[in-house]
Design a protein around this ligand. Structure first.
Ligand code: ADP
Ligand code: MG
Length: 359
């Protein structure tokens, strides 16, 4: 089935089969199709619904998606509900109806309350770990004030632009794009409002990712307009918050958490970075920040705790060398700490790994 052969009537017929057992309402009876796009087996369907029905109708989405996935040619169906009533457009042209990053199944923002806590280091290692697990993974550096992922991945070349689309760079088994690949870092530092937004829009709109299982977005630190814009424009699956132990209890982390909560984006969990110092000679652990209990603190804020990454000298040197540790020293203790978090995450997101997909 292609975009041309899938009609809005087909979609409505399937949506009508899933209704609320108490009230009898369905996405077909209450919603209007605003747009739909079927591309590479991924259906992205946007429905406008009455705001007061939002709770009931969103609870129907998982089974409605599963029903849509039984249609020929649809491997995955994403239903996006919006409560703003617009003129219904039963079939829109592809260019105008394609929501940003619609061909990406899972989008995860990596966020932090402030800079320098290891957000980019985390983004690199999670992305490379997901790639090693056989998932088609992309990494977007949206930290327009301090793009660094190109350096951490050892990428020196500029991305090509083909037919107006920026081609991400393939490196270490993932696709990556960073503003740092396109402009001089000092230029980004002096950018102001509209230029920043323009750059973010371009990153979200003009990168040719192809079909991805997962896209990690390294957000700028903090909770300003740039972060909000990305949250509002993409269908984020969830956010991971990175914090150091001495910052975990601080207002910045809570503010980052509430930014996502306000936008109804689930917090996938909190990663504590630089949690303790691990002596490379004797293996002795030192709590140099004199603080333990990140797990409890995460619970107090109401977010799952995904794990901790100690302060290891080789984590910094790998960033400087541009070779992710998972590939450089696959059996080191620091690599094991990343692997532990990567496994937890893949399981909690219920993503199929290479072994499962190869059956
Ligand atoms: N667990 C760690 N152990 C040692 N160095 C680390 C660790 N995490 C991050 N770093 C180093 O700290 C610096 C800041 O990390 P970075 O990921 O750039 O932070 P952010 O993106 O939050 O600003 C980098 O030089 C990085 O290599
Ligand atoms: Mg960074």
């Amino acid at each position: 089935m292609t975009q041309n052969t899938l009609s809005s009537d087909d979609i409505l017929a399937v949506l009508a089969t899933v209704s609320d057992p108490v009230t009898g309402v369905s996405l077909a009876s209450e919603g209007q199709i605003q747009s739909y796009v079927l591309k590479d087996g991924l259906l992205t369907l946007t429905l406008t619904i009455p705001r007061e029905q939002a709770e009931i109708l969103s609870s129907l989405c998982p089974s409605a998606s599963r029903q849509l996935e039984t249609l020929f040619g649809i491997q995955k169906a994403n239903i996006i509900l919006t409560a703003h009533r617009k003129t219904p457009l039963h079939v829109q042209s592809k260019a105008s109806s394609l929501p940003l990053l619609s061909h990406v199944k899972t989008i995860i923002a990596i966020a932090s309350g402030k800079g320098g806590v290891g957000k980019s280091t985390t983004a690199v290692h999670l992305a490379v770990g997901f790639g090693l697990a056989g998932l088609k993974t992309g990494l977007m550096d949206a930290d327009i004030y301090g793009p660094s992922l190109h350096r951490m991945l050892g990428i020196q070349n500029k991305p090509k632009v083909i037919e107006g689309k920026i081609q991400p760079i393939n490196k270490w088994g993932i696709k990556a794009i960073s503003l740092g690949m396109m402009i001089h870092e000092k230029d980004a530092m002096i950018w102001r409002g509209p230029m920043v937004m323009g750059a973010i829009n371009q990153l979200l709109r003009d990168v040719d990712w192809g079909m991805l299982d997962v896209l990690f977005i390294d957000l700028p630190p903090g909770t300003g307009d740039a972060q909000l814009s990305i949250i509002q424009k993409t269908h984020l699956t969830g956010a991971i918050i990175v914090s150091t132990p001495q910052d975990i209890a601080l207002i910045d982390v809570r503010r980052a958490v509430s930014l996502f909560e306000k936008a109804s984006i689930p917090i996938i969990g909190l990663i504590e970075n630089m949690s303790y110092f691990c002596c490379p000679h004797c293996g002795n652990k030192t709590d140099i920040f004199g603080y333990t209990g990140a797990r409890q603190e995460a619970e107090a804020i109401g977010v799952p705790f995904l794990g901790e990454i100690p302060l290891f000298a080789d984590i910094r040197t790998s960033g400087d060398k541009g070779i992710p540790l998972l590939l450089d020293t696959p059996h080191s203790e620091s690599t094991r700490s990343w692997q532990h978090i990567i496994c937890t995450l893949i399981q909690s997101l219920r993503l199929p790994t290479h072994n499962e997909t190869s059956h």
